[in-house]
Design a protein around this ligand. Sequence first.
Ligand SMILES: [Zn+2]
Ligand SMILES: [Zn+2]
Length: 799
Amino acid sequence: MTAYESKKIEPHWQAEWEKEKLFLTTEPAKGSKFYDLVMFPYPSGKIHMGHVRNYAIGDVIARYKRMQGFSVLHPIGWDAFGMPAENAAIKNQSHPAPWTEKCIEQMRIQLKRLGLSYDWSREVNTSKPDYYKWTQWMFLLMHERGLAYRKKALVNWCPKCETVLANEQVVKEDQCWRCDTKVEERALEQWFFKITDYADRLLGDLEKLSGWPEPVKIMQRNWIGKSEGVEIKFKIHPGSTGTKVKDNELVIYTTRPDTLFGVTYMVLAPEHPLVEELTKGTKHEKPVQKFREKVKHETIHEREESTGKEGVFTGAYAINPANGGEIPIWISDYVLMEYGTGAVMAVPAHDQRDFEFAKTHNLPIKVVIDPSPQSLVPSSMTEAFVDEGIMVNSGKFDGMKSSEALRKMGDEFGKWQTNYKLRDWLISRQRYWGAPVPIIYCKMCGTVPVPEKDLPVKLPQDVKFTGEGASPLTQVKNFVEAKCPKCGMPARRETDTLDTFNCSSWYYFRYCDPRNDKEPFNRELVERWMPVDQYIGGIEHAILHLLYSRFFTKVLYDAGWSNCDEPFTNLLTQGMVVKDGAKMSKSKGNVVDPDYIIEKYGADTARLFILFASPPERELEWSDAGVEGCFRFLNRVWRLIASSKAGDPGRKLHQTIKGVTEDVERFAFNTAIAKLMEFTNTLYETGATKESLESLLLLLSPFAPHLAEELWHQLGHKGSVCKEAWPKYDPALIMEEEITIPVQVNGKLRDTIVVPAGAQDDLLKEKALASERVKTFTAGKEIKKVIIIPKKLINLVVG
Ligand SMILES: [Zn+2]
Ligand SMILES: [Zn+2]
C-alpha cells in the first residue's frame, strides 16, 4: 500500500470519468429530473476561491442527487462578453476574441482539475455567434411584443477621449479609467426593455418562491419598490417670475398626502424643462445656470447618493392646493428628471432629507402631525418626525389621525396612483464586445428589425480598438452600411451592442438544448428540464441578474415558448471567502490561489476544506490550519482502508448514514463532514466491517470524489463509485435510548410521554400536545406558553 498521493490519483480518475462519459446528462424518467445550476463565470483567465466554493457546492449536490437516482443536468459555460476583454484589447492593441478564448482555455483546465462533474458536452460561450444569434433573437422577441423601445438617456462621457464610458470604466472620483479626466453626462438615444410592464408580476410572484432566501426576496421587493401614492398638481404663481409663466403647473407624486399643509418649498430637477422659463431675465438666472452647469458634471450615481443639501432658489413660487399658500421653488441635484415627474414637494417637518435641506438653506419648517399627546416645536426639532400621529395646522383635518387624513386628503387633492421604483432596463452599450442590437435604420421605413433569417448580426473582425471616439463599431464602414430589409434601399445599422446581462438572462434555457441551430431551444426539452431545481451563486446577483432572468422567463412564458414562469425553484447564495477578516483581493495581498492548494494538497482537500469550514450561506474564513486538518483527515481515511482491523461499529454506521443524509439534504455540508470524521475515528476504535468501509466511501464521495473513487477500487470494485446508490440506513438500528417525561397543564401533572433522549423542543412540544389525556385539559383553550425543562418536564400554560 502506497501513501496518499493526490497528484497521482486525481488526474487518473478525471481522465477515466471523461473516457467513461460518466457525467453526460441522461434522459430522465418521469419525476426524476434534477437541474443543478451554478452561475456561469466571466472568463477572466483565473478561477478564485469564490468560484471554487460556488462550484464545490454545486458539485456535491449533483453527485449526491445522481447517487439518489436522479437524472442530473449539471452544465457549465462562459459569460464571455463584457468590458475586461475590450479593455485588454485597447491596452494591447489586440482583439477581444482570442483573449477571451485563451482565458476560457485556462479556466477550463482549472475547473477540470477540481474534478467537477459537469456535462461538458453542453458548454456554452455567449460570445460565439451560435449563442449570440439567439440573444439577438430574444431582442427581436421583446421588440415584437412591444417591450423594446428607444429613448434618450444619460451616459457617462469622457470629454477628452470623446467616448462613452461603461460604469466599470469610471474610476476613482468619477474619472475616466484611461486619462483620469472628470467624467460628464451626455444624453444619447438608447434602447430599453420595458421591464416595468412586469413590475407587478415580478413582485407578486416572489410569494411563490419559497425556496429562495428571504434577504434576496426583500432586496428584490425593495428594488421593485411598489408604493401607493397620489399625484398632486401645484399651480405656479403667475406674478412670481420674470417671464410670462401663466397656466403652468408642477405635478408631484407623494406617498404622504397627509403632510400637504406642511409643504414649505418645492424642488425641481435642475434639468426640468420649466427651470429656464421660470428664471429667464431674472436675477436668479445666472446662479441657476451656474448650478445646472455644475450638476452636468455629476454622474447619476453621485446624484442618487447625494445627501441633497445643495441647491439654489429659482425666484418662482408655487401655490399649495390645500391652503393657497405661496411656496418657493428650488432646484437641487438630488431630484432626477428620470425618476417620477422631476419635481417634489418638500415637507421638512416630516421628511429627513427635506429637513436637512431646510436647515441648510434656512427654509421654514411647519409641523402638521404631532406625536400625540406631545406637540412638536419646529425650532427645537433635531430631526424630522416621520411616524403617524394627530393632524395639526391642517384646517378641517385637524384632530384627525394622520392615517385617516392620508386617505381623505389623497382623495380630495390628488389622484391615487401606484408607483414603482423599478425603471426600464437600459440595454444599449456603446461598446464592441457584445451582441449587436439587430436593428436597421432606414430613411423611408424607419426602425426596422433584422429578420430572423438574417441572424446572427455578426461582429466584424477587422476593428481598431483605440478607446477614443465613438464605439468601435461606428468606424466599421461595411458593418454600418446595410440594406433595409423592407425596401432594399441603403440604410444604417445600429452600432450599439446588448448589455451582457441579456446573455445571462436566458443561458439556463439554452443548456437544455445547447446545439440547436433552428431555434433558441426546443420547447419539449425545456419542459423536460426547467425550472432549475437548485441555483447556486453569489449574493451580489441578488437583484439584477436574478430579476432580469425572471423577466426573460416570464416573457418566454407569455410568448408560449416555455411552460414555467419562474426560472429558479430553489436558490442558494453562498457567502464570501475571506482571509484575515477581509475579502480576498490583490490590493490587500491576501489572495490564496486555488492552483497552489491543488498542487500542494490536491483538489479533494481544497473541496473538503471549503465545504467543511463554514455553512454555505455564511462567510468563510480561510485557514491554513483548516486546510492541513482536512488533508490529514483524507490521509486517515486512506490508511484506514488499507489497514483497518475487522470489527463492528454497530449502530454508529446507521446513525452516520442518517445524519449525513439529513445534513446534505439541508446543505449543512460542514456538519456532514464532521460526522464522517467522527465515524472514521469510530472505525479506528471499533474496527470495521466491509459494509462500514464501503458506506464511508460512498458518503464521502460527493465531497472528495477522487479519493473515494480510488479507495472504492482498492476495495475490489470494478465500476465507478459515482454510479453507486446512496447508502440507506436501517431505522431499527438508529433507535436511541428513550426516556419518560411528565407533562403538566397549568402546573398539574396530567400525563407522561416517551421520547428519544436527545429529542428537540419541537418534538417534545408536539408529543405533549398530541397526548389524549392532555387534550382533555387544553380543549377549547389557548396555549399561551410551553415551558420545557430538557429531559425533565413539560408544562403547558393555557387560558
Ligand atoms: Zn478619457
Ligand atoms: Zn426601407
